[in-house]
Ligand binder design. Structure first.
Ligand code: AMP
Ligand code: MG
Length: 368
């Protein structure tokens, strides 16, 4: 018997066959069920457009989980945006900011936590940019009347009368009362340079609360994306060519979970006696900021900050802006200059996979 074939009793061998068969069948059923359930999970797209913040606001989201209530998410997000606009508008009577402005030189005004925090953040950016971003610019914006029917170049006397009213350092915040006080009569806050960025951040938080993992928020060119596109690729955001019609880009930036905010004189301006006067004002001169920048785009994670910085960068000019951006990790910039060259902050310049030139009308100038 030794060395010969071992004869197992039949009942040892027999059961193995059916067990293997059952496992095989089980695996087959699982795969079949999985593929049926996958084919049932549709990609569902939702989008909505509204006129808000004086511009076209569009939010698009994509659901691949089958669990997102996209309509409810958009409804809630737009209602949050409407709420923000109602609180921070400088021109809507009854907004918290117009109450603060109306009480300038008289009394502090208690505001909601959101408005208070936004004004606090705006003042931090004023400090960071040495007043290039100035949320107390209201009197100058009113004087120029940019974006109104009565836009006109003010007289030198008018400008010198208004300049002392633009000192953002004089704004008094009271954390306990949550109040804002503008100590001089005639002072006024204008959050036009930061409000859309803030609104985009609130939209992101709201959409995320609903479980959105792929969305594009476009508040008049102030762009924020959640996650990637549904195919897993980064979003590609085109930067408007100021010399071409809307929707024509000079460069695109790839973006996952981030924001792209552009400021430029081409967005709002009026022409008087053949001269173009734009809407980004320099509180140190009282005139529209004079730079050689045709547009500046900030790329980062936080839209509130990117918005304030894009306005500030335009006033500061390229070199001071690049110096400032070196101190802010994760915040990058693209400058399109009047001479057709494109300048970038180091983080973008060093990583060509993050951007693509969209036209040969302009050329990228890397380095100093
Ligand atoms: P943006 O398009 O974000 O650059 O913001 C421009 C808007 O911000 C203008 O229409 C004004 O309402 C306001 N604004 C103008 N100049 C400044 C400034 N130097 N700092 C802060 N806000 C400004
Ligand atoms: Mg801005």
């Amino acid at each position: 018997m030794i060395g010969g074939p071992i004869a197992f009793p039949r009942f040892f061998r027999r059961p193995r066959r059916p067990r293997f068969g059952v496992a095989f069948l089980f695996a087959f059923i699982c795969i079949a069920m999985l593929s049926v359930s996958c084919s049932r999970t549709k990609v569902r797209k939702y989008s909505r457009t509204e006129l808000m913040f004086g511009t076209v606001c569009r939010i698009s989201l994509v659901d691949t989980s089958g669990e997102l209530d996209g309509d409810a998410a958009l409804e809630e997000t737009f209602s949050r945006l409407a709420d923000i606009e109602k609180r921070i508008s400088r021109t809507q009577a009854g907004s918290e900011i117009s109450s603060v402005n109306g009480q300038a030189g008289t009394a502090p005004v208690a505001v909601s936590e959101e408005t208070y925090e936004l004004v606090k953040t705006a003042l931090q950016y004023a400090r960071l940019t040495d007043g290039a971003f100035n949320p107390a610019i209201g009197p100058l914006v009113s004087l120029w009347g940019i974006n109104t029917e009565t836009a006109k170049v003010p007289s030198d006397e008018e400008i010198s009368r208004v300049l002392p009213l633009l000192d953002w350092r004089e704004v008094v915040l009271d954390d306990v009362e949550r109040s804002i006080f503008l100590p001089r009569q005639g002072m006024s806050l204008d959050l036009g340079g930061i409000g859309k960025g803030y609104a985009a951040d609130v939209a992101k938080a709201t959409l995320r609360r609903f479980g959105a993992s792929s969305a594009l928020v476009n508040l008049g060119g102030n762009i924020l994306v959640i996650g990637t596109k549904p195919d897993g690729e980064a979003w590609r955001i085109g930067l408007q060519d100021p010399d071409s019609s809307r929707g024509e880009f000079f460069l695109s930036v790839s973006l996952t979970d981030g924001t792209v905010v552009t400021s430029g004189p081409y967005e709002r301006y009026f022409v008087q006696d053949g001269v173009r006067y734009h809407h980004i004002l320099d509180a140190s001169t009282g005139y529209p900021a004079v730079t050689h920048i045709a547009s500046v785009t900030i790329v980062g994670a936080d839209s509130t900050g990117a918005d304030a910085l894009s306005t500030a960068a335009f006033v500061l000019g390229v070199e001071p802006s690049l110096a400032l951006l070196r101190t802010l990790p994760g915040v990058e910039a693209v400058f399109l200059m009047d001479d057709g060259t494109i300048r970038m902050s180091e983080g973008l310049a060093d990583d060509a996979s993050r951007w693509r030139l969209a036209t040969d009308r302009y050329s990228v100038k890397l380095g100093d």
